[in-house]
Design a protein around this ligand. Sequence first.
Ligand SMILES: [Mg+2]
Length: 151
Amino acid sequence: MARVLVVDDAAFMRKVVSDALVSGGHEIVGEAGTGIEAVKRFQELSPELTTLDITMPDKDGLAALREIIALDPAARVLMCSALGQESKVIESIKLGAKDFVVKPFQPERLLEAADRGLWAAPEDDTLEKLRATYLELEGDLEGQADHRPAG
Ligand SMILES: [Mg+2]
């Protein structure tokens, strides 16, 4: 169980992420709605896990990730991607993010990714494997024509 910082510019999505993590026994220690705020809150709170949206105003998730990893190379960050952001997700993993989910995700998938982000070594995954996983997740979502957050 981890102390988690939840970052997304959509309040609705912060609630979805927080509710899923709390249901898995994690504790939400803070939230941020922009990239700049995310880096600030990360420094203040030293969370054990940070979930990071990619598309945000002022500083996107990749820029925030770079700064967070520079502050703490051991930071555990889980990316929350929207559909169609494969290249950014791959880049975030190269930069040091531990795992990712594609919105809209099932709560179980987020909890699995949180566990992997906390305990697993992402180096075990080749980029090709990650890419395949990403495309598979997107494929699963393509059948769902209902609510799709814009990112
Ligand atoms: Mg967003």
